[in-house]
Write a protein that binds this ligand. Structure first.
Ligand code: SF4
Ligand code: SF4
Length: 381
């Protein structure tokens, strides 16, 4: 373990730039915390926290100097590694037909992410499984993902909608980082405890001014993690949740949720694990060039389930059921992991204050009490 001060953090960003990375970090934009290119510590949000609850998000002045004192940025790494719009191919009219050009296959400049949370890294692992580890890898995702450098940061102040601990996560990044920082701000000064997670991380850190960590630093970091772990805004009872979800297929609760759901798709847009896409074709006014773009899609959209002549999920209740059942149960059968990392974004950004933890609890409460009864209901349905 090493420690570094604010000057060391600046040196780290500079070292990443010298190594060829485009560095993304948290920045305040339009009253929200977003992930955007940074060039140094001066770009980071000093003393800015956030208040999050169902359908509620506000930045606040923390009254201190923390640089990573917010819970989660509005979006995770998905917005960069799996963007909402991307060109697949372009066709140009010629005198005898048309030529088709594939989208630029040049690998993009490698990205470094400063400030990634444990939930961001676990969401990245979900996308790696879904998009890059199956028979047909998603080439554009794989190209952006290859070479990504992650500087994770311990979450010191979880949000009111966070429940990562229920989903097997932690305020302290567990895996998937090159370097992991814990920001310490106490009588001993403003500094970062640094943990190395990869050979590349060690190489970059060698270019930064650091010092050997002392027991007071590691003790302070442990205390911070313990406090954050106990400060989750929400919890999700995951005991038997897979069976609860499938046994709830015919629950009347779906209509209750649907009566509130606006089908706005916000939940799927902010969710760092959602990965559904569609394609859009556009033609210029001169009718000489056509482009096909891949765009994010949402299972809340009216035409998402359109299959040769009809929509499979017409009602709002069936769409919400699809979304939450896939997240909390179907993913396990398909990919061997949960589709939810407990980041709480879908709760914060749902304008109807629909809360995945509350809906799962309501479904559980409406089912028979014993596990035997539950399995019987699940098998019957
Ligand atoms: S379902 Fe909600 S809480 Fe879970 S990962 Fe997606 S946005 Fe986060
Ligand atoms: S659950 Fe909320 S965020 Fe999702 S589509 Fe319905 S209203 Fe929009």
């Amino acid at each position: 373990m090493r420690t570094m001060g604010l000057a060391g953090l600046d040196e780290l960003v500079e070292a990443l730039g010298r190594a060829g990375y485009e560095v993304f970090g948290p920045r305040v934009r339009d009253g929200a915390m977003v992930l955007a290119p940074i060039s140094g510590v001066a770009d980071l949000p000093r003393g800015v926290g956030d208040t999050q609850d169902a359908a509620h998000y506000r930045l606040r002045d923390r009254g201190d100097e923390r640089l990573f004192g917010y819970a989660t940025a509005v979006q995770g790494l998905k917005q960069v590694l799996f963007p909402s719009h991307e060109l697949l191919w372009r066709a140009r009219k010629t005198p005898i037909g048309f030529d088709v050009e594939e989208a630029d296959a040049t690998p993009p400049k490698p990205r470094a992410f400063l400030g990634a949370r444990d939930c961001d890294l676990r969401a990245l692992a979900v996308h790696d499984t879904v998009l890059a580890s199956r028979e047909y890898a998603d080439k554009p995702y794989q190209q952006r993902r290859d070479g990504v450098f992650v500087v994770a940061v311990t979450c010191a102040d979880p949000g009111g909608t966070c429940f990562c601990v229920s989903q097997g996560g932690s305020p302290k990044p567990q895996a998937g980082f090159d370097l992991s920082l814990t920001e310490l701000l106490d009588d001993d000064g403003h500094r970062f405890l640094v943990e190395v997670g990869s050979e590349r991380g060690a190489q970059i850190l060698a270019e930064v001014s650091t010092a050997e960590a002392v027991a007071a630093d590691t003790d302070a970091a442990d205390a911070l993690v313990a406090t954050a772990t106990a400060s989750m805004g929400r919890t999700l009872d995951t005991e038997g949740l897979h069976d609860v979800m499938f046994a709830s297929a015919d629950s009347p609760h779906w209509d209750t949720v649907a009566s509130r759901c606006l089908a706005c798709t916000n939940c799927t847009l902010v969710c760092p694990t959602c990965f559904c896409t569609s394609v859009e074709d556009t033609t210029d006014l001169a009718m000489t060039t056509t482009e096909r773009h891949r765009v994010w899609d949402s299972c809340f959209g009216a035409r998402f389930s359109y299959i040769h002549g009809g929509v499979v999920r017409e009602s709002g209740s069936s769409r919400y059921r699809q979304w939450i059942t896939h997240k909390l149960a179907g993913y396990q059968d398909q990919f061997g992991l949960s589709g939810c990392v407990g980041c709480g974004r879908c709760i914060t950004w749902c304008p109807a204050a629909i809360d995945i933890t509350a809906e799962a609890a309501a479904l559980r409460a409406s089912l028979p009490a014993t596990e035997e009864d539950l399995q019987t209901v699940g098998e019957t349905r």
